[in-house]
Design a protein around this ligand. Structure first.
Ligand SMILES: Cc1cc2nc3c(=O)[nH]c(=O)nc-3n(C[C@H](O)[C@H](O)[C@H](O)COP(=O)(O)OP(=O)(O)OC[C@H]3O[C@@H](n4cnc5c(N)ncnc54)[C@H](O)[C@@H]3O)c2cc1C
Length: 470
């Protein structure tokens, strides 16, 4: 890179807005899983939308690629620049203000660099709830969550991130700003532009702010942790909970025994809330906007009926907020526990909900046929048919040898997913890791349309080069 664009960026952004020291760049250059380490010449940290737009204009003029980055928690290398030294990281960290919160409209207008947790807290202070929760919410930002169309723990009740967005403000690849921060519940005025940016993983523009839908804060909440004999029982229990009260069932999370054993081994202050370990577990949450007397008792009745039917072997209900949090930690620390346990190959797949048991039988078999002794960590959002199907090396295999076969292992899992009519990426996106899968899974008309969109929004290919599209 010539010195000029950097000097111009320095003049525009000031000392707080530009990082060029190699040591300071490192945290922005590497992804959460340590799969990639890019070589960006600089990290841009603009203070507001106008500064960000001017910086994008400068970069586009200089032919620099721009990699938007929020919390850098991508599981697919989506926010990591390439090694070619021609892409800068555009951090949204300083755009983190709450612009407005309206408890009557039930809407929150917030900047893209605010963490999801900060957005949840802002909603809670106003007696509302932002009904989106993921394990990385302390670091993941609104911009990242919307750009990946994150799913998470409440999708079965409230939908994915894209279902919660009323309006967006976006800086386009040429530096123009699209002011789409409307908070209307109804607005049929041509193509729905915001939906094009949601889930686009920063390849079409930079989200700088959003208007999000809120719901009233829950007044009653029951969290239950159950042991189950097999995946079929888990599905039957999910159906039972849905029939009981679909409006109250807020989360239904599945966990297999190996993942649970890693959490208990590697995460301090965790304990199984049941007397005996089991092969399968579910964490179930019901909530209501009303303080309903007898709410917990009706859930107990559902669980008792499930035990009689053999769907549940053992169960416990959280008796306090602390116990509920401890149960949720067992689920949410799965990714961290696995990271501490060593190398893994991750698959974030979805199949029709009714076929999850079939997937949970066929996928381990396919992997074992490829690599005898391979260890399965399966957990995830059973209520959405979304399983994180992660693999660890057989005992004694060198991690490097295992990781060298990542495409073979992912392809074995995806072979099962394809047979069941599923998707190779349910919520983490395509990023850099999975672009090679796109022609096979989304080739033909679908990929043509995606390329046409890219050409329309970013004709020079400035925005997050090398991501999503092969
Ligand atoms: C422990 C752990 C648990 C997780 N659990 C879940 C889960 O339950 N559900 C789930 O869906 N994901 C989950 N993830 C994945 C990840 O947290 C999500 O994808 C999250 O939405 C990313 O947010 P971020 O701010 O970290 O984005 P980043 O990692 O910084 O970026 C992600 C993508 O979005 C783009 N981007 C970021 N900000 C912007 C912006 N302002 N404008 C345009 N593009 C932008 C980036 O270029 C990149 O392509 C988990 C990750 C971890 C580490």
């Amino acid at each position: 890179m010539s010195a000029d664009p950097l000097a111009a960026l320095a003049a525009l952004l000031g000392p707080r807005g530009l990082i060029t020291e190699a040591a300071d760049i490192v945290p922005y250059a590497e992804d959460w899983r340590h799969l990639y380490r890019g070589a960006p010449p600089a990290v841009l940290r603009p203070a507001d939308t106008a500064e960000l737009a001017a910086a994008v204009k400068l970069c586009a003029k200089a032919g620099l690629g721009i990699v938007p980055q929020g919390g850098n928690t991508s599981m697919v290398g989506g926010a990591t620049p390439s090694e070619n030294g021609r892409e800068v990281v555009l951090s949204l960290a300083r755009l983190n203000r709450v612009r407005a919160l309206d408890p009557v409209d039930l809407s929150l207008t917030i900047e893209a660099g605010a963490t999801l947790k900060a957005a949840q807290d802002a909603a809670a202070e106003a007696g509302c709830r932002l009904p989106l929760s993921i394990a990385s919410e302390g670091s993941a930002t609104i911009g990242g969550v919307l750009s990946t169309n994150a799913g998470g723990n409440m999708t079965l009740r409230y939908g994915n991130a894209r279902d919660l967005v009323l309006g967006l403000e976006v800086v386009l690849a040429d530096g123009r700003v699209w002011e789409g921060l409307r908070r209307l519940r109804k607005d049929n005025t041509g193509y729905c532009l915001r939906q094009i940016f949601l889930g686009a993983e920063g390849t079409l523009g930079v989200i700088t702010a959003a208007v999000l839908k809120l719901v009233p804060a829950p007044q009653a909440r029951v969290v239950a942790f159950v042991a189950q004999p097999n995946p079929e029982a888990a599905l039957a229990f999910l159906n039972r909970c849905q029939r009981h009260d679909p409006a109250a069932l807020t989360a239904f999370e599945y966990m297999g025994e190996h993942g649970m054993s890693l959490v208990l081994r590697h995460i301090p202050d965790t304990a199984l809330p049941l007397a005996h370990p089991a092969a399968h577990y579910a964490l179930v949450e019901f909530s209501s906007p009303r303080a309903e007397p007898g709410f917990a008792e009706t859930v107990e009745e559902v669980i008792a009926a499930a035990m009689t039917a053999g769907e549940v072997l053992d169960a416990t209900l959280a008796a306090s907020e602390g116990q509920a949090r401890a149960m949720w930690r067992l689920r949410e620390e799965h990714a961290e526990a696995q990271k501490r346990a060593g190398a893994s190959i991750k698959n974030d797949v979805s199949v029709p909900v009714s076929l999850v048991p079939e997937f949970l039988r066929a996928a381990p078999a396919a992997c074992a046929a490829l690599m005898p002794g391979i260890r399965v960590v399966a957990f995830g959002h059973l209520g959405d048919g979304n399983i994180h199907f992660n693999l660890r090396p057989p005992e004694g295999m060198a991690e490097a040898d295992f990781l060298a076969r990542d495409h073979q292992v992912m392809d074995a899992v995806n072979g099962v997913v394809r047979l069941l009519g599923g998707s190779f990426s349910a919520e983490h996106g395509v990023g850099r890791l999975k672009t090679y899968m796109m022609p096979e899974w989304r080739g033909g008309v679908e990929l043509d349309l995606m390329r046409a969109l890219k050409a329309a929004f970013d004709p020079e290919g400035v925005m997050n080069p090398g991501k999503v599209l092969p």
